[in-house]
Each structure stands twice: as C-alpha cells, then as structure tokens.
Ligand binder design. Structure first.
Ligand code: DGL
Length: 258
C-alpha cells in the first residue's frame, strides 16, 4: 500500500474548487482539505497586506490540520503572498499564475487577452511573467473582471449574466487568438467565454498547477478513494450541512465543466 498524502488547497472562495477537481482527477487516493476564506472573499479588491495576512492564516490552519503540501488555488493570493508563505512554512507550497506562458507558446504573435482580478492585473508578478513570455513588443491585453468572482460566488453561471459582465469590461466583438482565465473562479465560465470569444483558445492554469503538485510531492495513486473535507475561514463545514451541499455543487460543476 502506498503512503497516503494529505493535500491542503485554499482560495478566497469557491474558485479553488476548480483546482481541487483537477487534483482529484490527477492525484486520486489522497486526502484533500479545501479552505475557502469566505469571511474575506473577494481578495481581488483588497490590499497586498490583507491578502498576505489571510493567506498566512489559511496555510497555517491547513498545516495544523495535517496538510503535508499546500496549493494556493488562487492567482491573487499567489501574486501577493507566495514568497512570504514559502518563507514562513516548511511544507511544499504550489502557487498558481495566469497561464500566460502556454498562451504565448500556442499563439506566438497572436492577440491575447488576460482576465483576472484587479490585484493580479496590477501585481508585479504578472508583469514579470509577461515580459519573460512575450519578449517582443506585442503584449497581451489585461482586463480586470472582478464582477465574475461575485457571479461565481452567487452560483450564477448563466450566459446572460456572464456575457453582460464581459460586455461591460472587455466589450463585444473583440477577436482574440487566446483568452487566459487568470482567476480560478473564471474556470466555471469556460463555456460562456468560448461563446463570447468565438474561435479563441480558452486557457487556464489548473492542469499545469496540479502536474507541478504531483511532481513536487512525488504523488502516485494510493489504495482507496480520495476524501475531501471543507473549511470556511477556520471553521469546519459539517458534512451534510447546507454549506457542505453548496461546496459539493461547486465540485460537481467543476468536475463537468469543459
Ligand atoms: N479565485 C481567486 C483568484 O484566482 C480570487 C478571486 C477573488 O477573491 O477576488 O484570483
């Protein structure tokens, strides 16, 4: 029997469940702890100091509940706090960043859009990544789309709401070669993005992050199925409660979104 791993993931809210769904596919037979910082969602409009404080608290909590590795399933928290988290905690910590590199490789000289939170878009980390991935003059266009975080948290996944939010921020009729979903909440809307940007390659960083996690912890499937426990800002979400049902709905949606 292989050694079972306990893996902690956290996000400001339910967006990181799209990463959890990918982890369950790629690293089965592990025990997962998912922490949503619902007291402080959304992160994308806060300060660096706030996001660093909340992220530190989340990682401390996950480690104290047995996590041997942590995924920061949030582009915003990674952008603001990953360095501090890695300096503070002794376990492997995997971050997420907008999948700008794969978009650049797949579409050299293409027109590329990155949608993310205001904090990620304004963060130095993304700009360094862009300079490295796009050494030429043509850079991707960056558009903050925080309204999509609110829609996902409210479980509003309908085309009318999503297209209205995209129309207000990006505008209609733009032709892109690739659109990067630079926030884990946006992965729920992949279908609507595809419809809003016909012909564009819709790219996210979830699979890449989970592959990195597997490499880092040397994961191989252990015997038995995976388990998942949910936490909200330091409180356990009780199995069978309406709150847990809400997270299970997100997980179902994240597991089926194409
Ligand atoms: N899901 C998050 C991200 O990937 C953060 C959304 C928010 O809280 O603003 O950036």
């Amino acid at each position: 029997m292989k050694e079972r791993k306990t893996i902690g993931l956290f996000d400001s809210g339910a967006g990181g469940i799209t990463v959890l769904a990918a982890a369950l596919r790629h690293i089965p037979g592990a025990d997962y702890l998912f922490y949503a910082d619902t007291d402080h969602v959304p992160y994308g409009i806060r300060t660096r100091e706030e996001v660093t404080e909340y992220s530190t608290e989340a990682v401390r909590f996950l480690i104290s509940h047995g996590a041997g590795a942590v995924v920061v399933a949030c582009n915003t928290a990674t952008s603001m706090a990953i360095r501090v988290l890695r300096e503070t905690f002794p376990v492997p910590i995997v971050g997420m960043e907008p999948a700008v590199k794969p978009a650049a490789v797949g579409h050299p000289a293409g027109r590329i859009l990155v949608c993310a939170t205001p904090l990620t878009i304004g963060g130095e980390k993304l700009h360094t990544l862009i300079d490295r991935s796009f050494p030429g003059a043509q850079k991707p266009e960056l558009v903050p789309t925080p309204a999509l975080v609110e829609l996902a948290e409210a479980e509003r996944f309908d085309w009318e709401s999503v297209s209205a939010a995209l129309e207000q921020t990006v505008g209609r009729g733009q032709a892109y070669d690739a659109v990067v979903l630079g926030c884990t909440h946006f992965v729920y809307f992949r279908d609507s993005f595809r419809r809003f940007f016909p012909g564009a390659d819709i790219v996210d960083g979830n699979e890449g992050t989970v592959r990195r996690l597997g490499d880092l912890i040397g994961a191989h499937p252990s015997d038995g199925g995976s388990t998942v426990r949910f936490f909200e800002s330091g409180r356990e979400v009780l199995p069978g409660s309406p709150e847990e049902a809400r997270y299970r709905r997100f997980l179902d949606r994240a597991s089926t979104v194409k």
